[in-house]
Design a protein around this ligand. Structure first.
Ligand code: NAI
Length: 335
């Protein structure tokens, strides 16, 4: 099997080559996103492997199909960037990696919370300048605080387990409640109750047409003054314009982002020599109480290993006509 990797980076090549016990031919298009304009690069491949910001709409999928591509493998959990109905219409099975060490993203969530709260990033810079003043670095105890988790699947639960260790009260909102959240002492409530009662709100749900911009003016208005908002899920869950207004009015006390709605233009690339023209992103960077990382929640040794192994096994199963639990086109139900 020949597999073309889009949006690839050296660390993808290293993890996939290490997991390639199948002796597949792996072709890596470094820093090249998959879209209708680049799809023809996959000519002669049996499968393509795409990442979070590759854009797999009908046009792109159709071009891949015309170039002989049979299977689509996502090396990520989210799949909001793929038109699954189009893939099924074209008879192109799509597979993903729904679970891989959810602790990777959960631990990054805690890194954002702890850094924003105790301002270790600012303290690091101060101490390097021989500035040992504590003014402006005042934090709060996590112990006893209420954390609202929106989405209590794999990553939400892994976050809940860590937060329980910190002595936090846990509120959850999820249309499909999980018993483990209750066993951890968490309490399921409606969204308004999460907004009104949480000191920290962390998003762990997939992006769907229904929850696009769920964190908007109305949601922010309901939140406690000075609330901390964390998003490690998908950027478009948040209305950036509304969040900037809430930061300016100090309604929002802290913002931690690992994802951003327009991240496809920015993240995973070295733009240090470029002029960034996204004014909202640049405005976010000016706030001292905003911390942004470039979609690195998944980026641990363990997760890369799991992702590579599962992706190659997914493709092996498709190629052998074996049932594959990670096939997303099944989510659409019977045609
Ligand atoms: P999961 O499928 O295990 O859990 C998602 C949970 O969200 C489910 O329990 C589901 O019922 C719930 N949910 C669905 N719609 C909801 C809504 N409107 N409001 C509240 N809850 C809702 O997924 P997992 O593994 O926990 O991942 C969650 C998200 O994290 C992914 O969809 C992806 O967008 C993001 N992610 C981010 C990564 C990063 O590197 N920053 C890496 C991996 C995933």
């Amino acid at each position: 099997m020949r597999i073309s990797f889009f949006s690839a980076h050296p660390y993808d090549e290293a993890s996939f080559q290490a997991a390639n016990h199948y002796q597949y031919e792996l072709i890596f298009f470094n820093d090249t996103p998959l879209n209708p304009a680049t799809a023809s690069m996959a000519a002669g491949s049996d499968a393509i492997c795409a990442f979070v910001n590759d854009h797999l709409d009908y046009e792109c999928l159709n071009r891949l199909k015309n170039k002989g591509v049979k299977w689509i493998a996502l090396r990520c959990a989210g799949f909001n960037n793929v038109d699954l109905a189009a893939a099924r219409a074209l008879n192109m099975p799509v597979v993903s990696v729904p679970t891989y060490t959810p602790e990777a993203v959960a631990e990054h969530t805690l890194a954002l919370i702890l850094t924003l709260n105790r301002q270790t990033h600012r303290a690091f810079n101060r101490v390097r300048e021989n500035n040992f003043s504590l003014n402006g670095l005042l934090g709060f105890n996590l112990h006893g605080r209420t954390v609202g988790l929106i989405g209590t699947g794999q990553i939400g639960l892994a976050s809940a387990r860590i937060l329980k260790g910190f002595g936090c009260h846990l509120l959850g909102y999820d249309p499909c409640p999980h018993h483990e959240f209750l066993e951890l002492g968490g309490q399921y409530v409606d969204l308004s109750t999460v907004y009104q009662n949480s000191d920290i709100i962390s998003l762990h749900c997939p992006l769907t047409p229904e929850n696009y911009h769920m964190i908007n003016v109305d949601a922010l208005t309901q939140m406690k003054d000075g609330v901390m908002l964390i998003n490690t899920s998908r950027g478009a869950l948040i209305d950036t314009t509304a969040v900037i207004a809430a930061l300016k009015s100090r309604k929002l006390g802290y913002l931690g982002l690992d994802v951003y709605e327009q991240e496809a233009q920015l993240f995973f690339h070295d733009l240090s020599e470029e002029i960034i023209t996204d004014d909202e992103f640049q405005r976010l960077l000016t706030f001292p109480n905003v911390l942004i990382t470039g979609h690195q929640g998944f980026f641990t040794q363990e997760a890369l290993k799991d992702i590579a192994q599962t992706t190659l096994e997914n493709l092996f199963r498709l190629s052998q006509d074996l049932p594959c639990d990670n096939e997303l086109t099944h989510l659409l139900g019977e045609p």
